[in-house]
Design a protein around this ligand. Structure first.
Ligand code: MOS
Length: 731
């Protein structure tokens, strides 16, 4: 099968722009009731009184749930602690207030307006206690991750003797970095509709993890999971924010049970800054040792990141920086700092973005110390072996990414000295480069493929469409294997009734779903071949079916990552994380990217613009060229946001996050984005899986921020190591 992959337009594009796709918040049935939260306005403490009488008497109000009236609901547990939630803390279970912004009451009414108004009538008094929201707050608790029960999950990186090798290195770079916390801001707000139909609970919610929501609800409500269906056919952006059960869903389910009607909750933008996870504040100390020829000999990456009081969100920063080059002596350390906030979590390229920002900034500094071209320095430190484990890499084409990107960008015309390139208007021009990497992960999946006599192909598989284009990738792969038109392919995904739904995250969606779906297509073709008994193999599949007098034909195929035991399918069906990688029994898999960035710094205002970016990715085989390129552009925009705009502001006097809306949380807008040219190496990694696919979504963002910071250094001579970088840093 060597047919090429068609450059399909996004298969759901027309339905999306016509508004024909129903997201959970679009449900407008007349019998819906609407839930709105009243939220805590103190940094931490306890409710001393909660008066809901005025809210209950307000027009249209049907129900008010508080800790006093909620009854026997339990926490669904923390996803990284064996549970299903983004945190173990379930609001409304007690009068305790863990952090500013947590819900204290759910008001359910006939209309969103009535519920919103009534929520303002809830009166609370509090007892407050001291709290901490910053990494360096007085008396803060710092935890060495290696000494915690989660340590086994991510073994600390310790290859060779990094401290001794660094001490001996003739050239040393030693630098500190930091990033503000950040929040995802997907277009689709957090929303669900919960309803009970004949004793079954049916939840429509935009989530990356329908199975975890299903089992989390079962656990929280004390209900058999066999009586719960969760559907999430389309998600309007997830970025990790929707990767597990959130606190509102069980409350919608309970309200729907009590009222006997469907209940919808749409969490307003300002509230979701506290009702879902976020990228924690973090800081880094990186030391990099090299010889005078530029060979990197040793590195030490020590990271500190924010977690909550109630959960330990494990950091994996050195896991990434240790995989950029083949450095034999590498030591990593992760520390967690307890703060009074909701539990932080996985926000796009959660560790990789900032780990590469720190490390690739050091690599640029090394290039300047050695007076060596930054691309040449990186090429000189390429590798084919994973230095941490000693195992071979299943594929690594980052050198080709650098060479192709340099050529596309015109890197050869760059002069090395800072402040040496000027624009016609007198502004400074800076050109910067950085690479990024992201683990090659894969989860188990079950695919059921049905061919109908009318030629329609229905595929049910575990994966969620969050806008990344997996429906288009499924159509491209099946159209190629079965020689059917993409419009005849129907994907039933994000639906716990159709197939077990593993969490779709960590850029493993395509590498998880496509190999299994392709194998199912091959099994279907083999059965058709048997049916057609000598009639030739190149006939239309549906015709073979019709000639055999069959209305339809169904095959089911399961697949998992190399080295996973068969029992992994039980975890998959239980809604628990079941992915594997990047270290497999015989190899190690990572995706790679190289970013080249031009910045312009205006002479008087020091305004920083990014007129052009060139990004070349090694993500194995590209299944859907158009949505893949779109993923990379999105990742680059995320990188520009992280480098130059985004910060969730905290104030030690108040707690919570203060700029909780799109007006005050600065994001790049269309006018901030220039040309983004994308290319792929497109060499299949068939060692990793039969489809040759590695991940793409997250690696796209990794390395953008250091390429920008390195370009700013080239333009101005200033090394800026705290994100986001702002005009005032250049004055
Ligand atoms: Mo992604 S941050 O793993 O949803």
């Amino acid at each position: 099968m060597s047919l090429p992959f068609a450059d399909l337009a996004r298969v759901d594009a027309h339905d999306k722009v016509r508004g024909a796709i129903a997201f959970a918040a679009d449900d407008a049935r007349p019998d819906l009731a609407y839930g709105v939260f009243a939220i805590a306005t103190i940094g931490k403490g306890r409710l001393t009184s909660l008066d809901t009488a005025a809210a209950e008497e307000a027009e249209g109000v049907r129900l008010v749930l508080t800790h006093a009236s909620l009854g026997a609901i339990r926490s669904a547990g923390f996803i990284m602690g064996g549970g299903y939630g983004f945190q173990s803390y379930q609001p409304l279970l007690s009068p305790e207030i863990a952090y500013r912004g947590e819900p204290i009451a759910l008001v359910v009414a006939d209309s969103p307006e009535a519920a919103t108004h009534a929520a303002t009538l809830v009166r609370a008094t509090y007892e407050t206690v001291p709290f901490a929201v910053e990494l360096d707050a007085p008396g803060i608790e710092v935890i060495d991750q290696a000494q915690t029960p989660i340590a086994h999950f991510i073994p600390p990186i310790a290859a060779g003797d990094a401290d001794a090798a660094y001490a001996r290195a003739p050239v040393q770079i030693d630098a500190h970095f930091a990033s503000a916390p950040q929040h995802q801001n997907p277009i689709e707000l957090i929303a669900c509709v919960a309803e009970w139909r004949d004793g079954r609970l049916v939840v429509h919610e935009g989530t990356q993890n329908a199975e975890a929501v299903r089992h989390g609800l079962a656990s929280a409500l004390g209900l058999d999971a066999g009586r719960i269906d969760v559907i999430s056919p389309f998600v309007g952006g997830g970025f990790g924010q929707k990767n597990s059960m959130q606190g509102h869903t069980v409350l919608a389910a309970e309200a729907a049970r009590r009222l006997g009607c469907p209940v919808k909750i749409v969490v307003p933008r300002a509230q979701l800054y506290h009702l879902a996870s976020f990228r924690p504040a973090n800081r880094h100390h990186v030391r990099l040792g090299a010889d005078r020829s530029g060979r990197m000999l040793a590195a030490i990456h020590e990271a500190q990141a924010q977690t909550s009081r109630h959960d330990l969100f494990p950091g994996e920063y050195a896991t990434t920086s240790s995989r950029l080059y083949g450095i034999a002596d590498f030591r990593g350390k992760d520390e967690l700092v307890r703060t009074d906030a909701q539990t932080p979590g996985y926000m796009r390229a959660p560790f990789e973005h900032i780990a590469c920002f720190a490390f690739e900034s050091c690599v640029d500094e090394l290039a300047y110390k050695l007076d060596m071209d930054p691309v040449a320095l990186r090429l000189a430190n390429d590798t084919t072996v994973d230095a941490v484990t000693g195992r071979p890499l299943s594929s690594r084409h980052v050198g080709r990414c650098l060479e192709r990107g340099a050529q596309m960008f015109g890197w050869g015309r760059r002069s090395m000295a800072p402040q040496s390139m000027r624009a016609e208007d007198g502004g400074l021009i800076g050109w910067g480069v950085a690479i990024g990497t992201y683990a090659g992960l894969r989860a188990p999946a079950v695919a059921r493929l049905t061919l109908a006599a009318d030629g329609r192909v229905t595929v049910a598989v575990g994966v969620h469409e969050m806008g990344q284009g997996v429906r288009t990738a499924l159509a491209a792969a099946l159209a190629r294997k079965l020689a059917v038109a993409p419009e005849n392919i129907v994907a039933v995904i994000g639906d716990t009734r159709a197939a077990p739904q593993h969490l779709t995250a960590g850029s493993w969606g395509t590498a998880t779903a496509i190999p299994v779906v392709e194998a199912a297509a091959e099994a279907l073709l083999a059965q058709l071949m048997a049916l057609s008994s000598g009639g030739g193999s190149n006939r239309e599949p549906a015709r073979i079916l019709r000639e055999a007098g069959l209305p339809e034909l169904t095959v089911e195929v399961a697949g998992k990552a190399p080295g996973q035991p068969d029992a992994i399918y039980d975890r998959l069906k239980a809604g628990l994380p079941s992915m594997a990688g990047p270290v497999y029994p015989d190899f190690v898999t990572y995706s790679y990217i190289a970013h080249f960035v031009e910045v312009r710094v205006e002479a008087t205002t020091r305004r920083i613009r990014v007129p052009r970016v060139v990004s070349v990715a090694d993500c194995g085989r590209v299944i859907s060229p158009r949505t893949a390129a779109s993923q990379v552009r999105g990742g680059v925009v995320w990188g520009i946001g992280a480098a130059l705009r985004e910060a969730s502001e905290v104030d030690p006097r108040y707690g919570g996050f203060l700029n909780a809306d799109l007006a005050e949380y600065a994001l790049p807008v269309n006018a901030d984005i220039g040309a983004i040219d994308v290319a792929f190496i497109d060499v299949p990694d068939t060692c990793f899986n039969s489809a040759g696919v590695k991940g793409l979504g997250e690696v796209s963002m990794v390395g953008v921020a250091p390429a920008i910071a390195n370009a700013i250094h080239h333009a101005t001579g200033k090394r800026l190591r705290d994100l986001p970088i702002r005009i005032e840093d250049l004055l």
